[in-house]
Design a protein around this ligand. Structure first.
Ligand code: ASP
Ligand code: MG
Length: 420
């Protein structure tokens, strides 16, 4: 049976990380293994910066690009030592694809350009890792995920064509897995015209779930720099506990509201196919981590999820008439047009409040759409705190000293939009 491993940027951020990945692959050499890897360290952020510099035709384009190349070169130097190793040319050639783009006038579709540039992070990281595994004698095959993860052309949020994807993976990947490890990229896909798409930031987990589901894998393991799924972000809270087990349902709710440990789209395909998801520490592969399954385990320690950079928009009709179903329908249409996804909402007689992630482009679009028929006010720089399986004392402590702009309690989940 196949297993799918996913290594994120933090686990391959330096040569040590890649050596550790190789150790984990070696420990699991008896399995049929497909390994999904993200861009190294903060490369995706750097490539985003490069994309913006290019679109705005800034002067520092080449400096930004040089930094990205140097970062990869220094990792390769530590892994391969011999500067004459073919990997150096191979990676330089991959980066030339970006040079070609940078020479042209920026295309008008930002999201399209973004995907063509940012995807290089995953392409080079997997080439380096695959070549390194070869170098130390681990037989593997590098696959271009764009030929397997088929998407439509919604750039920056490619929608997967499951039928085509499943057919491609089953026909071509399964036979390779019989005698070697498969190394492929997370986060990226391809359109029917062979353009590159991405699946949304942090989307490599989702890629792992897609491959697993199409291969009917026995399990997916996401290797992380934490011991497993914790009840809160240890950077924000001093006392966290690790869950031994979680239900798909809890994991889904937690990730949807911003628990960054797993990408929210990851759970559904695994749940549909009944494939367990393990979250394990890459520095202690023998530990159990957290196991996410259909189980009905009830978590006793409330899960606290903090999502920063929220905006709360309060909409009313221009003449302060009641908000009707027709208005709500129209407002939702506008949200969809602006690609805004709401995290919270609350309706009163004459106003409708919506909370969502701040994104300047989307916000500007939405404002211009709303302006025709509605009046609205907004507050930015807010924080959304979601508590799954909340307890009153936990909530009380969380809001202490903060201004609460919106509060909602349902049976299992409490949500608070606060100003810190
Ligand atoms: N490299 C991409 C990102 O940083 C995808 C991922 O890491 O999952 O968003
Ligand atoms: Mg990442």
């Amino acid at each position: 049976m196949t297993e799918v491993f996913k290594f994120g940027g933090a686990s391959v951020k330096d040569a040590e990380g890649i050596k550790n990945l190789a150790r984990i692959v070696k420990l699991n050499k008896d399995k049929q293994l497909l390994v999904v890897i993200s861009a190294m360290g903060k490369t995706t952020n750097a490539l985003e910066e490069l994309t913006n510099a290019y679109v705005n035709q800034q002067e520092d384009i080449h400096q930004i690009f040089e930094r990205i190349k140097e970062y990869h070169e220094s990792i390769m130097m530590q892994l391969f030592e011999d500067p004459g190793h073919p990997v150096f040319d191979d990676i330089a050639n991959s980066f030339v694809e970006i040079d070609w783009i940078l020479e042209e006038e920026p295309h008008e579709d930002y999201d399209y350009i973004y995907d063509q540039i940012v995807s290089l992070g995953e392409l080079v990281s997997t080439k380096i890792v695959s070549t390194y595994l070869d170098h130390i004698g681990i037989k593997n095959k590098w696959l271009d995920a764009r030929s397997f993860i088929h998407t439509d052309n919604t750039y920056r949020e490619g929608q997967v064509n499951w039928t085509k994807t499943e057919a491609a993976i089953q026909a071509k990947v399964s036979p390779i897995l019989m005698d070697r490890v498969v190394i492929t990229q997370g986060f990226i896909g391809g359109t029917s015209e062979n353009f590159t798409t991405t699946l949304g930031r942090e989307g490599s987990d989702y890629t792992a779930a897609i491959f697993a589901s199409c291969l009917k894998a026995a399990a997916v393991t996401i290797w992380k720099d934490v011991p497993g799924v914790l009840n809160a972000d240890p950077k924000l809270f001093p006392d966290t506990i690790k869950y031994e087990e979680l239900s798909y349902r809890d994991a889904l709710e937690m990730t949807y509201y911003g628990a960054t440990v797993i990408h929210p789209k990851t759970i559904k395909p695994l749940q549909n196919s009944g494939i367990p998801l393990l979250v394990k520490p890459f520095l202690a592969p023998e530990e159990n981590g957290t196991k996410i399954t259909e189980s009905n385990v009830f978590i006793t320690e409330p899960a606290i999820i903090v999502k920063k950079n929220q905006v709360l928009v309060t909409i009313s009709t221009k003449d302060l008439a009641f908000i009707t179903e027709e208005h709500l329908c129209e407002i939702y249409g506008l949200l969809a047009q602006a690609h805004v996804k709401t995290n919270t909402m609350q309706l009163s007689a004459i106003s409708f409040s919506l909370g969502f992630d701040w994104d300047e482009r989307k916000f500007t679009k939405l404002s211009s759409l709303l302006r025709d028929n509605y009046a609205f006010k907004y507050n930015a720089g807010l924080t959304l705190i979601t508590v799954r399986h909340y307890k009153p004392d936990v909530l009380k402590k969380l809001v202490d000293g903060k201004t609460v702009l919106l509060e909602q309690l349902s049976r299992h989940t409490a949500q608070l939009v606060v100003k810190l």
